[in-house]
Design a protein around this ligand. Structure first.
Ligand SMILES: Cc1cc2nc3c(=O)[nH]c(=O)nc-3n(C[C@H](O)[C@H](O)[C@H](O)COP(=O)(O)OP(=O)(O)OC[C@H]3O[C@@H](n4cnc5c(N)ncnc54)[C@H](O)[C@@H]3O)c2cc1C
Length: 268
């Protein structure tokens, strides 16, 4: 439970309220992570929050993308290069990317959900020939709030069908407008041999999962990240209990066959 000291090696604003931090270990490092896992990040004197790991840093540390919504996330977003934070983890379940070898793969991200899915897409791009058709659909509020735009282009070049939809276009936007759910009908996949990874607001995950299942994808092959409020990260406090699951241990990545009934339970 004791956080390890990590130093902010770089801080990159990715949109108005969101930054990507590269965190490097100072003495002793957390072990390697699997795509989908999260760390508990401690902002000194403020508190600790769960944040998905969005990538490896060459320094051996983690990249994490954080949106300022309250006291702790704001403190972390305001951290400067050289500042110390505390890190525990990695915790939680992972996206089963190797298990999708030979299959079509759909990655669906809403807003900040792309941060948790970035390691998945990187893995798919790096080993592109192992998979069938790979589609990434992304929904974002405006073109300006789109995460990792340069990487989206690199993933396109790697053979991934990347489609982006925005809620509110600006004058330069020429792409589709609406909800990310509208993009499911535009991608090509063979339902019986498709794996899907979905992360975003719960309402979006529920709609995408239900649509994929309706089109013939097995609910056991649709995985989603249930990012309910967590406190301890190690299954002690019960804060993230959802039905029979303690999401910090049994999640955040849960397949739709288990998650479907739980998604109707509102958070405390
Ligand atoms: C497994 C997991 C992975 C996460 N990954 C990321 C990430 O990559 N980047 C990121 O910015 N955030 C992520 N979050 C959400 C992040 O943990 C919360 O934004 C943070 O705990 C808010 O704490 P705070 O003290 O800043 O604000 P608080 O004052 O605690 O909360 C501010 C507002 O945010 C809402 N909120 C708190 N926690 C959540 C949550 N889990 N989901 C939705 N709304 C919440 C509160 O209800 C409140 O309205 C993740 C959460 C989980 C459980």
């Amino acid at each position: 439970m004791t956080p390890l000291p990590y130093r902010v090696r770089s801080r990159r604003p990715v949109r108005a309220d969101t930054v990507s931090l590269t965190l490097a270990p100072v003495e002793g490092a957390c072990p390697p992570f699997l795509p989908g896992q999260f760390t508990m990040i401690y902002a000194r004197g403020v508190g600790e929050i769960p944040v998905s790991i969005s990538g490896w840093a060459r320094s051996g540390g983690y990249q994490q993308t954080i949106r300022a919504v309250g006291a702790v996330s704001r403190a972390l977003c305001h951290a400067r290069r050289g500042d110390l934070v505390g890190l525990r983890g990695p915790y939680g379940t992972a996206w089963d990317v190797p298990g999708a070898a030979g299959m079509d793969v759909i990655v669906a991200a809403g807003g900040l959900g792309l941060a948790a899915l970035r390691p998945v897409v990187r893995e798919l791009a790096a080993r592109r020939s192992r998979y069938g058709r790979v589609s990434l659909i992304v929904g974002t509020r405006t073109p300006m709030t789109l995460l990792y735009p340069r990487e989206l282009d690199a993933w396109r070049r790697a053979g991934i069908d990347v489609q982006v939809i925005v809620d509110h276009p600006d004058h330069a936007w020429e792409g589709p407008v609406g909800m990310v759910t509208a993009l499911v009908g535009r991608i090509v996949f063979e339902p019986r041999r498709t794996a899907a990874y979905v992360c975003g607001p719960e309402v979006m995950m529920r709609a995408i999962a239900a649509d994929l299942v309706r089109r013939g994808v097995s609910p056991a092959r649709v995985a989603m990240s249930l990012e309910r409020n967590m406190k301890c990260g190690v299954g002690r406090c019960g804060h993230c209990q959802l039905g029979p699951l303690l999401l910090c241990l049994d999640g955040p990545v849960v397949t739709y066959d288990r998650a479907a009934a739980l998604l109707s339970v509102s958070e405390l």
